[in-house]
Design a protein around this ligand. Structure first.
Ligand SMILES: *Cc1c(COP(=O)(O)O)cnc(C)c1O
Length: 382
């Protein structure tokens, strides 16, 4: 093992998740798999062929840089959509490659139409509408200007989409806010129709909206976290299970992250372990190191808090997580030897560490921990 850890991607789990999510959709709703942030840490290049084998032909990313990677890795007939950053310098590339992208400011709309006119090739645009998240999108009072620009450039764009994003569909505490957004989106879309602008796709649903507000699925859904086997929140999972009266978890984790025991030492009672004084032994302890620290994607917030699997048991991370290493208390694990497998995320001997149960933390940490997994960790599909 050259690197200090490796990641396995379970194709069967991916297939299961995509099938399960498809079951929630009308047959003519397009499934766009969100592969931004290096496919939520899974690895764009490694995972893309497997996603395509599951029949998904539409990919969403955040930036032009990610779009280029997907464009390189994908099959010819698959489409790429950029939901965020395209600098003016890359509009030409996007238009040329027929990559569609979100437009949410008059400046970008004008630059896009200008570039398309110059190239004599229509830009495939998704107009993002501000419905209540107050992040990006055209507000109602900007629409007359948008309609005028579009009317003057009919040949230079294809209205691929009208879209918006919900501000917290994973938690019912935001119910009224999301409901209001749904109504606003509908109202704004009607204004486009009145101006004879009909998009190919109206789209707004992410994973959370798909499960909690199924009426938002419309023509296309942008599904990230659940494609990878995680619920957007534990509340979403519980609601779904109660509503459909099912046991178990219909989603399967795709990712397994493993390393090995690097060293084992005996430490006397009443000694501090790792940097500083955050962990003091209560007893003579067997202490093991794993060559994965915060520099390699294992968050420092898991100091004295995270767990891993070794020798078929859960072992606590003790002391602070270092840049390159973590320290485990393996006193209660039984026989552990240098070189033994350590599971940072995944299963061993019927026990599981999911990303969320790294420690007793909120599921929203899934997103952050996954996307922080460094690019250099080797990944392979199994
Ligand atoms: C990330 C993102 C999604 C996907 O969200 P998940 O919760 O991972 O399904 C959808 N739409 C937009 C605009 C996003 O940025």
């Amino acid at each position: 093992m050259l690197h200090t850890s490796f990641i396995e991607l379970d194709k069967e789990a991916l297939n299961n998740n995509i099938r399960f999510i498809r079951e929630q959709l009308d047959s003519d709703t397009r499934y766009s798999m969100v592969v931004k942030a290096n496919a939520y840490g899974h690895g764009i290049e490694q995972l893309l062929p497997a996603i395509e084998e599951c029949g998904v032909t539409h990919f969403s990313v955040f930036s032009a840089a990610e779009a280029m990677r997907v464009h390189e890795a994908k099959k010819e007939d698959c489409e790429v959509m950029i939901m965020g950053w395209v600098d003016d310098d890359y509009l030409e590339w996007a238009i040329n490659k027929e990559v569609s992208f979100f437009v949410f400011t008059p400046e970008r709309l004008s630059a896009t139409l200008k570039q398309a006119r110059k190239m004599d090739k229509p830009a495939r645009i998704h107009l993002e509408l501000e419905t209540g998240m107050h992040r990006t999108g055209f507000c109602a009072d900007q629409l007359p200007e948008v309609f005028e620009m579009l009317a003057n450039n009919k040949k230079h764009f294809r209205l691929e989409g009208l879209c918006t994003h919900y501000a917290g569909a994973e938690d019912y505490i935001n119910y009224d806010r999301v409901e209001k957004q749904i109504k606003t989106f509908d109202r704004l879309c009607t204004l486009f129709e009145e101006n004879r602008l009909s998009p190919i796709y109206k789209h707004s649903a992410c994973s959370a909206a798909l499960f909690n507000f199924p009426e938002t699925t419309q023509d296309l859904v942008r599904i990230g976290i659940s494609s990878y086997g995680y619920w957007p929140s534990s509340g979403t999972k519980m609601r779904y299970k109660m509503k459909h009266k099912i046991e178990g978890d219909p989603l399967d984790r795709i990712l397994t992250w493993k390393s090995k025991i690097q060293s084992i030492n005996n430490v006397a009672e009443n000694e501090y372990v790792s940097y500083g004084k955050s962990y003091l032994t209560n007893r003579p302890s067997k202490i093991a190191t794993v060559p994965v620290g915060y520099g390699y994607g294992f968050s420092r917030t898991l100091s004295n808090d995270g767990h891993v699997l070794v020798g078929g048991k859960r072992a606590p991370v003790v002391g602070s997580v270092n840049m390159n290493m973590m320290v485990l208390d393996v006193t209660d694990v039984g026989n552990v030897a240098v070189g033994d497998e350590v599971v940072l995320v995944g299963e061993q001997n019927g026990r599981e560490i999911s990303i969320g149960s790294f420690s007793d933390m909120n599921n929203s940490m899934n997103y952050e921990l996954l996307t922080r997994l460094p690019h250099h960790i080797p990944r392979r599909v199994v």
